[in-house]
Design a protein. Sequence first.
Length: 119
Amino acid sequence: MEKVCARPFADIPLLQAGKKRLSRVAPQIATLSSLLDLAGNEVRLSILYLLSHEKELCVCDLADILLMSIPAVSQHLRKLKDGSLVQCRRKGQTIAYSLAAEKVGILQSLLAGLQTRNG
């Protein structure tokens, strides 16, 4: 069954304005879509949430908190790093992960909606 719009006429200026508005933000939409795609995984979202509060964590810390193996957490961190959501720095023999500086604002605004009962 074909869907047909029930409006009596198309508002051409409205449609043109919407297309123009969308074209102006197309790159930002693509970036946000990629970010949401990566953060859409429960483990990766948990990692981002933890990093937003702890500032830096190593893979061992994350594995202990998430009750996961180090290789499993490493795989998620690799995806987040490849997607430019996290950055890492070496501290001796330990690699510390943190939110990517250029993505902190958008990530924190997304994670701000997550509230815990005890703060």
